[in-house]
Design a protein around this ligand. Structure first.
Ligand code: NDP
Length: 290
């Protein structure tokens, strides 16, 4: 079993970005500036935003956290987004999801200026991605591409099977892997909750990407020998051996794979998750004016 180490790769990318930022500062150029809007007190969202701010500090980016109460209404939140759109010191920003139920999240994402949309969630960026134009691609699928690239995994002509069709993971990774590019040039099958004969399809995957959000859904009998398995899922399960009583795990039952299984796999945690932050920083550097 070969582990694809997203944590180490993320640190390597952040070190590269740190050197680029130091070079920019030495040349009198602007320090990249990422802002994040967070609404309410969802502990997981707060933890994710905290990691993003910490990563900004590490690479030498400026960061701003716009911390808003759960009770904010649609109009007020839209105004906060517009303030960031107009703030010329901010190069890119994100609106941390999920937003409270009374907020129309899609409408808010559509207010983010596409040139500052470093999460790549605006329909302009999603549309550009779909027709192969330069754009901000969402960070999680970009992180997967970066891992395949840095681990020298051959993708051309391979059968990639994607479990999940969300706008932030399943759909963009389908587009990225089917592009005429390297990594890319895969033949891609995208599966979802209505897919029939799922196990048969996954067993034919040279590259299997699980992004459904169901703990240990993918079992060893669903995986082709020698496949590359990318586990995007982040699921909290009970674990009495932990002080907290729970732990995070992926969509793949990695613990059931034999030690001598001859494929590649990303662990959870420490696989795709840390790459998401590194690629968000990369997008922010790209958004930064000269
Ligand atoms: P969504 O809930 O938006 O999408 C889940 C997808 O899985 C849907 O397309 C759904 O199909 C499909 N699905 C659900 N059940 C099945 C099934 N039994 N068989 C086949 N397909 C199924 O999730 P996200 O894409 O936002 O996230 C997926 C997972 O990835 C989550 O665990 C999330 O926490 C994690 N994640 C991790 C990130 C990271 O940085 N590592 C970033 C983003 C997400 P249908 O459309 O038919 O409902």
């Amino acid at each position: 079993m070969q582990i694809i180490d997203g944590k180490a790769t993320s640190i390597a990318i952040q070190d590269e970005l740190k050197a680029v930022v130091a070079g920019r500062i030495a040349n009198g150029l602007k320090r990249p500036h990422l802002a994040a809007i967070i609404v309410g007190n969802n502990p997981a969202s707060r933890a994710y935003v905290g990691h993003k701010i910490k990563a900004c500090e590490y690479v030498g980016f400026e960061s701003t956290l716009v911390d808003l109460p759960e009770t904010i209404d649609q109009k007020e939140l839209k105004q906060e987004v517009e303030k960031l759109n107009e703030n010329s010191t901010i190069d890119g920003f994100i609106v941390q999801l999920p937003l409270p139920d009374h907020i129309d999240a899609q409408a808010i994402l559509e207010c983010v200026s596409p040139v500052k949309d470093v999460d790549g969630f605006h329909p302009i960026n999603a549309g550009k991605l779909s027709i192969g134009l330069p754009c901000f691609a969402p960070a999680t699928p970009s992180g997967i591409i970066e891992l395949l690239d840095r681990y020298g995994i051959e993708t051309e002509g391979k059968h990639a099977v994607i479990l999940g069709r969300s706008a932030i993971v399943g759909t963009p990774i389908t587009l990225l892997l089917s592009r005429n590019a390297n990594p890319g040039n895969c033949t891609v099958t995208m599966c979802h909750s209505r897919t029939q004969n799922l196990e048969e399809i996954t067993r034919s995957a040279d590259i299997l990407i699980a992004a459904i959000g169901r703990a240990h859904f993918v079992t060893p009998d669903m995986i082709k020998p020698g496949a590359v398995v990318i586990d995007v899922g982040i699921n909290r399960i009970e674990d009495a051996t932990r002080k907290s009583g729970s732990r995070l795990t992926g969509d793949v039952a990695m613990h059931l794979l034999e030690k001598d299984w001859n494929g590649h796999i990303t662990p959870v945690p420490g696989g795709v998750g840390p790459m998401t932050i590194a690629m968000l920083l990369k997008n922010t550097l790209e958004a930064t004016s000269e």
